[in-house]
Design a protein around this ligand. Structure first.
Ligand code: GAL
Length: 691
């Protein structure tokens, strides 16, 4: 089981500012700000920065993320004077600091003296300095230098009155999650020894009798470097687990120094719960932090708003429903997509408040001032190249005012939804390995499809780690829960036995923790619970589809589903294709609970044809008025006394809906109904028992 999530929030300093907005206020504000990189600008600009921050309502900035080369110009020289000045400047303006440990990007003097810290890719090619994050997570040399810097930072700034939290490194694993170097090989062997104890146990788990891969000792094992054909799948899966753990180990090493020297200062690091970023299994990492932080950038995908909401929701799940810190998002365009579109100030508000709805108590950006040079000079900031006299900066100021009105929300937690969607990194990694029935399967997309379909139905869902407590959820969806160790199968069985309604999809329950197939028919570990048996998969070619009796269209995957329990009902059948006439969606009643199975990919539209039956069976009804179902996302936070209802307009049209409560953000029309402009958001406070 995952260790419990920590929660110790920002240490809001007592601002020294004469007219500081936060000065003297007892209630913590919403964190509002950005990565602030003053070293990119002449000192004359700093005073203007501080003034504009105050104008925008900035309450916190992240400093020193990429400052190593400036703070330590060579091995024995330190230069803190400039950072002292910036820390003091922030403090004088009532702005708190989330201070980075500055270890994210090693300086040229270090890589010149120690090229052995540079990562190596699967082809054996060195990743050279010149960009950023060019370090091996397992390099003892890098670790030693990084911890020296962490110690220096903690000693210098641990007592600084502006310091609100420590920010370990930056986006650990953004560019260096998979390193195949000799250091990585050594550490991987150590990790495998801990896991398997004996080479025989490893051989058994990895199935090395296949293709003559039997290992005589751990010393013979390598990372899955470029090979003649498919590397052993469990070796690949274990290398993914190991690589995530190696970064986590670095996080823990930095955090240990900080906690030793400054035990009162909370520690965080920024996760990347977004899109297809999958290298780090953050579920365990949360236990090493005092609070969870996340970075999210709008993805260039269809239904990008759903993806944003899903990511924020999953971040909340990783944070155990506790508040979290949105460390980075973008005020407008990014610089790293093929075509980088600007964002309207309406969307600026929409995105920020969607994160707050899902538990963010801080709303921050990369970065404060858009750079004039460097690789990210075309990335937006809170102050654009055009300067403060710009529509963007005016939008930033308006957002600051809106967040001030949301101060009462700070500290409130996720109010449990009726439906949970399970999310599992092991299944993500293992279901998408090579040499599978199809290479077209996308684990996260299936979860996202269910999330979007529930949003379309106006039903609130929590995205939660697979080992989360399921009690209290009327319905639990397990999309492509491929890897199901016996204890997970047992938890799902007892959830259903206790009256819960489980829905699992194709390619679930297939393998154990070592990616070994459960024999006797699919879906293996869940076969009896679901009351179905499948002898062979029948994936579909790209573009190929099948029709279902509900009117839905299936793609990607089909299966000849046999019913093994006479009580199992067929909710939908295949109408076309080689499986015409056989069951496609089934449900097995179990006491007052049930276990349903969806054997094909239905996508948002197809799911809309089966969800009503599944939801009705679980007794789940939309909490939204009929007129707003699908057009509005409703999210709820609670502090026990009050609940905060966020209504997010998912459309480009104006939506008007009845809603009770005190309006913290938004407006009502003459009839008292809440009015949401295109993509608009309203926030209401009402007594906790109201719904
Ligand atoms: C993040 C990173 C920031 C900046 C940003 C640009 O990955 O932490 O430093 O690069 O992306 O979108």
């Amino acid at each position: 089981m995952t260790p419990p999530v920590q929660h110790r929030w920002l240490r809001w300093p007592n601002p020294a500012g004469s007219d500081g907005a936060a000065s003297g206020s007892l209630a913590p504000p919403v964190g509002y700000g950005a990565d602030y990189n003053p070293e990119q600008w002449p000192r004359e600009v700093w005073a203007e920065d501080a003034r504009l921050m105050r104008e925008a309502g900035v309450t916190i900035v992240t400093l020193a993320v990429f400052s190593w080369a400036k703070l330590q110009p060579d091995a024995d020289t330190w230069d803190f004077a400039w950072l002292d000045e910036v820390m003091d400047l922030m403090h004088a303006h009532g702005i708190a600091v989330d201070l980075a440990t500055a270890t994210a990007s090693p300086p040229p003097w270090l890589t010149t003296a120690h090229p052995e810290i540079l990562p190596v890719n699967e082809r054996g090619e060195t990743l050279w300095p010149g960009a950023r994050q060019h370090w091996r997570p397992t390099s003892p040399v890098f670790r030693e230098h990084a911890l020296r810097l962490v110690e220096a930072m903690a000693e210098r700034y641990g007592d600084h009155p502006a310091l609100a939290a420590w920010h370990v490194s930056n986006e650990l694993g953004c560019h260096n999650v998979y390193d195949y170097s000799s250091d990585a090989a050594d550490a991987f062997r150590g990790w495998l020894r801990d896991r398997y104890k004996t080479a025989d146990a490893l051989n058994d788990a990895w199935g090395t009798s296949f293709w003559s891969q039997r290992y005589g000792s751990f010393d013979q094992v390598l990372p899955p470097r470029l090979a003649a054909s498919y590397p052993n799948p469990t070796q690949q899966l274990d290398f993914k687990r190991f690589s995530s753990d190696a970064l986590r180990d670095h996080l823990r090493a930095e955090a240990a120094v900080l906690r030793r020297l400054t035990p009162d200062v909370p520690v965080t690091t920024n996760f990347m719960v977004m899109g297809e970023t999958r290298g780090m299994d953050y579920v365990g990492w949360a236990a090493d932090l005092d609070f969870v932080s996340n970075d999210h950038y709008r993805q260039a995908v269809e239904r990008a708003d759903d993806e944003l909401s899903f990511s924020a929701n999953l971040t909340s799940g990783i944070a155990g429903g506790k508040p979290w810190y949105l460390m980075e998002h973008a005020t407008s365009a990014v610089n790293w997509q093929d075509v980088n579109l600007p964002k309207s100030t309406a969307m600026l508000l929409h995105d920020a408040l969607t994160h707050v709805a899902h538990g963010a108590d801080s709303v921050c950006f990369f970065q404060w001032r858009a750079s004039a040079s460097g690789a990210e000079k075309y990335h937006s900031g809170m102050v654009p190249h055009a300067g403060a006299d710009s529509e963007l900066f005016r939008g930033v100021v308006r957002l600051g005012r809106t967040l001030e009105a949301l101060a009462p929300v700070v500290g409130s937690e996720r109010a449990q939804a009726p439906v949970a969607i399970l999310f599992d990194w092991d299944s993500w990694w293992a279901s998408e390995l090579d040499s599978h029935p199809t290479s077209l399967l996308r684990y996260r997309q299936e979860a996202l499809d269910w999330y979007g379909a529930l949003l379309d139905a106006g039903v609130r869902a929590d995205v939660v780690p697979v080992d989360a407590d399921l009690s209290g959820y009327a319905m639990v969806v397990a999309p492509v829960l491929y890897l199901v160790p016996e204890e997970t199968a047992e938890r799902l069985r007892s959830y259903v036995d206790g009256g819960g309604h489980l829905v699992a999809t194709y390619f679930s329950g297939i393998a154990d923790a070592d990616d070994r197939i459960y024999l006797g028919g699919y879906p293996g570990a869940l076969r009896d619970l679901l009351g179905v048996r499948v002898e062979e998969f029948a994936p579909l070619l790209d573009g190929q589809t099948v029709r279902l009796s509900t009117g839905a269209v299936g793609s990607l995957w089909t299966e000849p589903v046999q019913l093994t329990d006479p009580a199992t009902e067929v909710l939908a059948s295949y109408l076309s294709g080689s499986l015409a006439g056989s069951p496609a969606v089934t449900r097995r009643p179990v006491g007052t609970g049930s276990a349903a199975y969806v054997s094909t990919r239905l996508g948002n539209e197809g799911l809309a044809t089966v969800l009503p039956q599944l939801l009705a069976g679980a007794g789940v009804v939309s909490e939204l008025p009929a007129s707003a179902r699908g057009t509005v996302e409703r999210v709820v936070r609670t502090d026990g006394d009050a609940q905060f209802v966020f209504l997010v307009n998912r459309t480009e049209h104006r939506v008007v809906l009845p809603a009770t409560g005190e309006l913290l953000v938004g407006e009502r029309d003459d009839d008292g109904a809440v009015v949401l402009d295109a993509h608009g958001v309203a926030v209401l406070r009402e007594p906790a028992t109201a719904s």
